[in-house]
Ligand binder design. Structure first.
Ligand code: PLP
Length: 382
């Protein structure tokens, strides 16, 4: 959309032109079913295997360790349910700030009798690892934690967590949906057991994800039917989506540090511009351990929803972690777990950037936000 300033990249990213171009033939001409034995089908199968190599390459896995799924949510469900089922254990450890893909599943698992420990975070949003150490026990079937938080961008110390789980001989699943393409991931050196990815968060398209399952790990399938993905995940493949994910992965793995630094500088420019111009604004989450693309800013005694509507009218797309239920804004569970004061939590807005974000866009937002918030405060007083 012309004239739109898109700062909602943690919700989804714009597919790269190279991704769309690579996908088009598979929507039109190369429509064969990759499970078909004829040559037409086998050509498509071959392309899927190339995409598998590209996705594996992004995290330094072996292609045989990659299973294509329909999204990050499915990968997460597969990793958690599948592992608990195959190991026959009834204790799960996760955190208080996970994405709803984990939280809703946890609720369901609890209702089914699985015991779940939710590890807390500190004020900066970092996991309390001492609490994790205490929670780990013989019956623990899996530890499932996120790498980067979708609301704040704050990253857990995955290396430390992975070392701890390895030491205690407990499988670890990492929800890396918000980390892929933003940080280097090397599963050859990082001892994680499972890792979830989603294409649309790194400039692929929606409707396709992947799950890394380390060699020799037993994970029960959750979608059963045909023998696709070597019996791990049934259902005819989203061929075009998979091809696009492969290209997005290939491009992400070639990204330079310089490019990442550029986004980080833009994020910092946006953040300091807003903090300098607006009194009673605060950053939520520790600034040292964040992905470069995200800032979450709390505006005291304002409602995030009202800010987002005014921003939207001004052509700016941003987001908040608050969920509107029955007319009242519930503060985000992430900010709540971090102990962010209510006065700031309700008015917290997430700005998330991407490689497409420009300096002009950032400067425009810094310029328009102060009068917009001033207007909001005036209307609140009448
Ligand atoms: N995990 C995290 C941290 C996310 O941010 C998201 C999506 O926002 C998901 C999981 C779910 O991914 P998908 O939209 O591909 O189902």
């Amino acid at each position: 959309m012309d004239g739109l300033i898109y700062l909602d990249n943690n919700a989804t990213t714009r597919p790269l032109d190279e991704v769309v171009e690579a996908m088009l033939p598979f929507l039109r001409d190369e429509y064969a079913n990759p499970s078909s034995v004829h040559r037409f089908g086998q050509q498509v199968r071959h392309k899927i295997e190339l995409a598998r190599e590209q996705v594996a390459g992004l995290i330094n896995a072996s292609p045989r360790e990659i299973v294509f799924t329909s999204c990050g949510t499915e990968s997460i469900n597969h990793a958690i349910r599948g592992t608990l089922k195959s190991r026959g254990k009834r204790h799960l450890i996760t955190s208080a700030v996970e994405h709803s893909a984990v939280r809703t599943l946890v609720k369901q698992l609890r209702a089914e009798g699985i015991e779940v420990d939710e590890i807390g975070v500190d004020h900066g949003g970092r996991l309390n690892t001492a609490e994790l150490e205490t929670a780990l026990r013989e019956e623990t079937g899996l530890v499932s934690l996120m790498w980067a938080n979708n609301e704040t961008g704050v990253m857990f110390d995955v290396a430390r967590i992975a070392a701890l789980c390895k030491e205690r001989n407990t499988p670890l699943h990492i929800d890396a949906v918000q980390a892929v393409g933003k940080v280097d991931i090397d599963v050859a050196t990082l001892p994680v057991t499972l890792l979830s990815l989603s294409a649309h968060k790194f400039h692929g398209t929606k409707g396709v994800g992947a799950l890394f399952i380390r060699r020799r790990t037993r994970v029960a399938p959750i979608i059963v039917g045909g023998g696709q993905e070597r019996g791990t995940r049934a259902g005819t493949e989203n061929v075009a989506g998979i091809i696009g994910m492969g290209v997005a992965a290939e491009i992400a793995s070639r990204r330079s540090d310089e490019d990442r630094r550029r986004i980080g500088e833009l994020r910092d420019r946006l953040e300091s511009g807003i903090l300098d111009a607006i009194p009673d604004a605060r950053v939520n989450g520790c600034r040292e351990h964040r992905v470069d693309t995200t800032t979450n800013i709390g505006f005291k005694r304002l409602q995030a929803e009202a800010i987002l509507i005014l921003l939207s009218e001004a052509g700016v797309c941003a987001s908040s972690g608050a969920a509107c239920s029955s007319g009242s804004l519930e503060p985000s569970h992430v900010l709540e777990a971090m102990g962010v004061e209510q006065a700031f939590a309700h008015g917290s807005v997430r700005f998330s950037l991407s490689r497409f974000t420009t300096r002009e866009e950032v400067d425009h937002v810094v310029e328009l936000l102060p009068p917009l918030l001033a207007r909001l405060r005036t209307t609140m007083r009448v």
